[in-house]
Design a protein around this ligand. Structure first.
Ligand SMILES: Nc1ncnc2c1ncn2[C@@H]1O[C@H](COP(=O)(O)OP(=O)(O)OP(=O)(O)O)[C@@H](O)[C@H]1O
Ligand SMILES: [Mg+2]
Length: 240
């Protein structure tokens, strides 16, 4: 069973008299353990697609099965439960609370789940260590670099032990070297822990870290490429 199965999904936004077809009959399947990069011009529907995959938004038409459950039929509460259980989100702007230290930011999703203090400490420490920030636990966001803030945000997305990380422009606010570090973390999570990753990016070099590139144009999937490691470790384009 694929983790994500999207068939004929459209999303239309209406604001006043204006209708926008942000997604038009999209088909997309993501298997457990995939690492998918979504690319496309501004306004092409990438964030809309990611938000639907993450259950933050619902299709206007079509079918979406997340881990075998039909999302369109779930109540808001059930959808939130599935989201909490399966998905960690990472955003371009990090979205950390400025007056909490790194550890407290990472613990937030666990507080919402009613997990006790000692268990929160244990899990948030492990998540911060997994992104190489074990020694920055008590720094507030303003005391951290952009790349470190994004790593805290990744730790926060991991702490609930999700099956899938959804990242919207995770390196968009970072220089290319720092962006590469974030990709190394994603790569490790994907290969060592089997975590499924779907990321949106404008940058070709960042997209190349995935196993697959899905190109979106004007609300439709234009094409898909599968990328595989060559014998010397360089990426080879297999099709697309
Ligand atoms: N809440 C909304 N209400 C109305 N229209 C919206 C809404 N959200 C997005 N849109 C429209 O839907 C289209 C797709 O938007 P989306 O945010 O998915 O694009 P994107 O590919 O993520 O772009 P970017 O690269 O700039 O982030 C755009 O034309 C946008 O104006
Ligand atoms: Mg976007």
């Amino acid at each position: 069973m694929p983790l994500v199965k999207i068939e004929g999904v459209s999303r239309q936004y209406k604001s006043g008299q204006v209708k926008v077809d942000a997604l038009k009959e999209i088909d997309l399947t993501v298997e457990t353990g995939d690492f998918v990069s979504i690319m496309g011009p501004s306004g092409s529907g990438k964030s809309t697609l990611l938000n639907i995959i993450g259950g933050l938004d619902r299709p206007s038409a079509g079918v979406y099965e997340l881990a075998g459950k039909r999302v369109e039929k779930l109540s808001d509460g059930k959808l939130a439960d599935i989201r909490n259980q399966f998905i960690g989100f990472v955003f371009q702007g990090f979205h950390l609370l400025p007056n909490l230290d790194a550890q407290a930011n990472v613990e937030l999703p666990l507080i919402y789940r009613g997990i006790g203090r000692a268990e929160r400490r244990r899990r948030s420490t492990a998540a911060l260590e997994a992104v190489g920030l074990g020694d920055r636990r008590h720094h507030t966001p303003s005391q951290l670099s952009g790349g470190e803030q994004q790593r805290v945000a990744i730790a926060r997305s991991l702490v609930g032990e999700p099956k899938m990380i959804l990242a919207d422009e995770p390196t968009g606010a970072l220089d290319s070297r720092t962006g590469e570090k974030i990709m190394n973390i994603f790569h490790k999570l994907n290969t060592e822990q089997g975590l499924t990753i779907v990321q949106v990016t404008h940058e070709e070099a960042i997209a190349q870290h995935g196993q697959r590139i899905v190109r979106v144009l004007d609300g439709r999937i234009e094409n898909e490429e599968i990328l595989e490691k060559g014998i010397n470790g360089e990426m080879l384009e297999v099709n697309g």
